[in-house]
Design a protein around this ligand. Structure first.
Ligand SMILES: [Cu+2]
Length: 449
């Protein structure tokens, strides 16, 4: 702490040199400040996980920013490896979007990146690392490098009493061979907001409250199923974008990088578990207690019998008369190439693995329909950077409209069609968000003419 007396001494020392004002200017506090640091996460008293985190916390700090307001960003990398921060779901220039494949510079060990950005569009976004992990299952998205970003709309007709933010994550991964001979990551520990069930603070609620839950799946590779015993979720937004038809559902499915915003009416007093529906996953920690004021007792979990989720229920059926104008089609076929027992497969889009991939050239102002044909035996969460797409067809569904997302889970053996307007020139990464798949070639870069 500087005493007034010491400050006066410093001021007199600096008098005439003009040094002090310049130092003061250089230290102006950025709006968004991130320090990438080594960190030991205590998921439970028995589970200490050595990882990397933003500002020494998991998840990183929640940033609330106003749509379109200029934000100064400062990112300091205090680790031994190059880093980069991707702003997931924003329309940013390629130079700061946060993927080296788009031309964003990596932040060297000990280095600092400074820039400004104008967050757009409004909604529940997030930020995370965008590096390579390969066989190191403590790095990249396997680490604690993720956090919430809420871009507040200019006008928010808030119909809820409060908001809470929950991040699902998997830890301590190791590769295990499946029956098919492929190697896949499996995890020992799973958490919500960095804590295993029973070891974090409960979410304390009051009867009659309407709680907006912003849930993020920050898992490096895993799809998660979530329910809150005794309650239902009124889903109002997917990936931060308001859905055309809000629906009340008993459980949520979130693929890696997906977000669900749902309002929960607190109308069933008691202590309840919000957690992974699959018992063996919840047993590794993925749960959090929701506790009403003035209640006591062991939190209750009611085991659902089936896993239920369908994107279609949140979309409108497109009428045959609603034609958004001419659309160019781009067919993208996903498949894998077996690399021999005990190895990970090599992933391909149209028979090619990144970086040996074609780069489709986009015309600014044109609408594109991506025909995503998944010929592999896995589901893939496909993410398009710097744009929002509209989900137009899932499997053999009729034409859909109004469901806007930035990640879509394309089921094994099925075709999903999404449409987007090419309106943000610059290199644009399209990839599977599953870390082990993107590390093994499942990426391509769109270019603008
Ligand atoms: Cu994938």
């Amino acid at each position: 702490m500087l005493t007034r007396r010491r400050l006066a001494q410093l001021s007199s020392m600096a008098a005439g040199s003009m040094v002090l004002p310049r130092v003061a200017a250089a230290q102006a506090k950025p709006d968004i400040s991130l320090e990438i640091v080594p960190y030991t996460l205590e998921a439970s008293p028995k589970h200490h996980i050595r990882t990397i985190a933003y500002n020494g916390q998991v998840p990183g700090p929640l940033f609330r920013v106003r749509q379109g307001d200029k934000q100064s960003v400062e990112i300091r990398n205090l680790t031994a490896d190059p880093e980069v921060v991707h702003w997931h779901g924003l329309y940013l220039p390629s130079e700061i979007d946060g993927a080296m494949e788009e031309g964003t510079p990596m932040i060297a060990p000990g280095g600092t990146a400074r820039y400004t950005m104008k967050p757009d569009p409004a909604g529940f976004r997030w930020y995370h690392t965008h590096t390579f992990a390969g066989k190191n299952l403590n790095k990249a998205q396997y680490s604690g490098l993720h956090g919430f970003l809420l871009v507040e709309p200019r006008e928010n007709p808030a119909r809820y009493d409060r908001e809470i933010f929950l991040a699902l994550h998997d830890w301590n991964g190791h590769f295990m061979g499946g029956d098919d001979g492929y190697m896949n990551p499996v995890y020992d520990v799973t958490t919500i907001n960095g804590r295993m069930l029973g070891f974090g603070d409960p979410v304390r609620v009051k009867q009659g409250e309407r709680v907006m839950m912003h849930i993020l799946n920050s898992s490096p590779t895993e799809v998660h199923w979530i329910s809150l015993s005794g309650h239902s979720f009124n889903v109002v937004a997917l990936d931060g974008n308001t859905v055309p038809r809000s629906q009340s559902v008993s459980m949520l499915r979130l693929a890696p990088a997906e977000r669900v915003s749902a309002i929960v009416e607190m109308n069933n007093p008691g202590a309840w578990v919000l957690g992974e529906v699959r018992k063996h996953v919840q047993a590794t920690g993925m749960g959090i207690v929701i506790e009403y004021a003035n209640t006591a007792g062991k939190p209750v979990w009611n085991q659902p019998e089936a896993l239920v989720w369908d994107y279609r229920q949140f979309a409108e059926e497109a009428s045959s008369t609603s034609t958004p104008g001419p659309t160019e089609r781009i067919e993208l076929v996903f498949d894998s190439k077996f690399q021999g027992h005990g190895n990970e497969e090599l992933w391909q889009i149209n028979g090619q693995s990144y970086p040996q991939t074609n780069a489709p050239v986009l015309q600014s102002g044109t609408r594109y329909r991506l025909m995503l044909k998944n010929k592999s035996m896995d589901d893939h969460p496909m993410h398009l950077h710097r744009h929002t797409f509209e989900v137009r067809k899932v499997d053999d569904s009729p034409e859909l409209s109004g469901l806007r997302k930035d990640v879509v889970l394309v089921r094994a053996g099925s075709t999903t069609e999404v449409e987007f307007l090419a309106d943000n020139p610059g290199r644009t990464l399209f990839h599977c968000h599953q870390q082990d798949h993107m590390d093994r070639g499942f990426m391509m870069v769109f270019r603008y003419a």
